[in-house]
Design a protein. Structure first.
Length: 329
């Protein structure tokens, strides 16, 4: 007989869908995340009501024990304060807009970028480009820079890489914008293509592949490419994308667990057994950063294939790192 049996209490919670619909790959990411949230919420005897508007959620504050928010659209500070006044317990997935008010669960995109750089450098690549979209760094600072681009610039300097003219970040996280950015990279470096390029998300990577193919640039013959998120589309591109997997099920599971235990003051536990303690001071909240699990390699990159199983990383208030709009965007 187990010495301890966890007892779940039925609860009504809210799901704030703050994603920006695009009827494409970004929607696929959000839909997969929501499916996992519903499954894990059911395991915790939670009933979910969805909201698309934060003001509607605040109006129904008495109906729910807490909320989980998905999607990258930024919140004004006054809205976050109103949300906190209405709900003591809330968990944001993919972003960390108010670390002093709410908990958050995020993929460790900065570590993913460093892993990608290490892998490419180990293969002899020194001129490495970055292509991404525009997103807000959340938390204590908000300005239009995605966390993946932030990490790329930071680590490239530390690793002694010359990235002058090799960082393109503008527009949305879409296939169309990826194609435009790919064409721009070709125009800027028609005679001196970089050795490799890191792409912030698979939708952009698909567009970049299309731009390369239109002028006869082949991956990985002419340039190596690594993307982030490993959406299903990555398996069907030509060539198949090498893409770091973001485990959306683990993100959903961690968010549901944090919310289910928050009213009890139980410490949320990461997959490596270390705990993100929630102090009794309600102004202190935990932020769990989950490591990506594995990079799926395309056929031309199997000489460097290796699993990237890693434990989750946990960050606390006062040790914030930037969090962008999420891997799928």
């Amino acid at each position: 007989m187990p010495r301890y049996q966890r007892v779940t209490i039925p609860q009504d919670i809210a799901l704030l869908d703050n994603a920006v619909p695009d009827k494409g790959l970004q929607d696929m990411y959000s839909n997969e995340l929501k499916m996992s949230l519903y499954r894990h919420a059911e395991d915790e005897r939670m009933h979910i009501t969805e909201y698309r508007n934060v003001n509607d959620l605040i109006k129904d504050k008495g109906k729910h024990a807490g909320f989980i928010s998905i999607g990258p659209a930024p919140f004004e500070k006054n809205v976050l304060l109103r949300l906190h006044k209405a709900f003591q317990h809330g968990v944001f997935i993919d972003t960390n807009p108010a670390p002093d008010l709410f908990d958050s669960v995020q993929p460790d995109l900065e570590q993913t970028v460093l892993d990608a750089l290490d892998t490419l450098i180990a293969s002899g690549n020194r001129r490495i480009a970055f292509i991404g979209g525009v997103g807000n760094i959340m938390g204590d600072h908000e300005y239009p820079e995605d966390s993946r681009a932030f990490a790329f610039r930071n680590w490239s300097v530390r690793l002694g890489l010359d990235i002058n003219g090799l960082v393109l970040e503008e527009g949305p996280f879409t296939i169309e914008n990826g194609r435009a950015l790919g064409e721009k990279l070709i125009q800027m470096h028609s005679n001196d293509l970089p050795d490799a390029v890191i792409i912030a998300a698979d939708p952009i990577a698909v567009g970049v592949l299309q731009a390369f193919a239109s002028v006869g640039i082949l991956v990985p013959r002419d340039i190596r490419m690594v993307s982030i998120n490993n959406q299903e589309i990555a398996e069907y591109t030509s060539p198949a994308l090498s893409s770091y997997d973001i485990n959306k099920d683990e993100l959903a599971k961690a968010a549901v667990f944090m919310l289910s235990e928050a009213p009890r003051g139980v410490e949320p536990t990461g997959t490596n057994g270390r705990k993100a303690t929630q102090p009794s001071n309600p102004g202190w909240n935990a932020s769990i950063l989950l490591r990506t699990h594995q990079m799926t390699m395309n056929a031309g990159d199997h000489d460097n294939e290796h699993d990237r199983h890693a434990a989750s990383t946990i960050r606390f208030p006062g040790r914030h790192t930037p969090a962008g709009p999420g891997p799928g965007r």
